[in-house]
Design a protein around this ligand. Sequence first.
Ligand code: SAM
Ligand code: SF4
Length: 330
Amino acid sequence: MNILKDSFGRKFPYIRLSISDVCNFKCGYCLPDGYKINKSDNRSFLKIEEIGRLAKALSELGVSKIRLTGGEPTVRKDFFEIIKIIKENSGIKKTVMTTNGYRLDKIAKDIKDSGLDGINISIDSLDANTFKKITGHDRLGEILRGIKELQKLNFKNIKINAVLLKGVNDTEKDFNKWAEFLKHNEIDFRYIELMQTGDNIDYFNNFHVSAKKFNDYLNNNNWIIQTFGKDAGPSKNYLNPKFKGKFGVIAPYSRDFCKTCNRLRITAKGDLRLCLFGNTGINIRHLMQTDNQIEELKDLILKQLNFKKESHYLEIGETGLTKNLSTTGG
Ligand code: SAM
Ligand code: SF4
């Protein structure tokens, strides 16, 4: 039973857990100069035993799904051990991850063998040059090879996310390329509207574009909106019987986006974040140190939930503590 409920009646069966702030990519909207150590915060990233206890506490609070994210989660050497401890010992039903797909061709088999229940891969463009311009890395080929490898291994639940960027990947030609991809691949592809963070204000002003342009494309090309499942994410999905895959749109600036919020976030250093953009959130790591603290940890998480606000207030430029999404996992 899910007992994580806030004062607006929203339930939280889903946690995004960042396991590292470190990332090897330089996405223009996130870490344009690459990852830099935060010298004013020398806390280490959560250790595997702490993650194990946290997952157990969350599962006892009715959380059924954990998404591992970052930074880039796969840069952690103990990445597969983290999946194992969550899957084997915590009671969490689904463990999934969001990745930039770095070395996906090399680790596809390990991913399949780990029993991971789903993977979201970020690919901002199917054009290798555009991909390189956005991420600072010429790695589109290895990511696409990795996806093929996962498909060969019969790995289900593959999703691709791209941030919609004005003048970069938002033309009909870009949309058609993805449509062609979805014709042959049973994969969900979703565009995310660019979000403003503390660090990316100029980038945001230059490249933010409303998802309406893509919505218009979907409407003009016979894509039909699908209603949501119970633990579905924030994506509005579209189906077309001629295509194996689905399109989706994540539009955080749309009215009512926060009404269906069903996730909380925990940073790689153990801060509970009630909202991707909230100013609220405290460190809960001190209660992950021994097995007999689990009741206290659950209690603290429950109490904190009372402070969750109704909306992110992004539309009025509130970005809260969020300098970029590499610390809170997008
Ligand atoms: N490194 C992994 C990756 O890129 O998939 C996981 C972490 S990343 C922060 C998670 C997701 O957030 C990615 O899909 C990324 O494109 C997205 N993201 C990062 N900054 C964003 C922003 N300012 N607006 C919208 N999406 C953003
Ligand atoms: Fe790294 Fe992901 Fe941020 Fe890109 S979006 S810089 S891959 S954390």
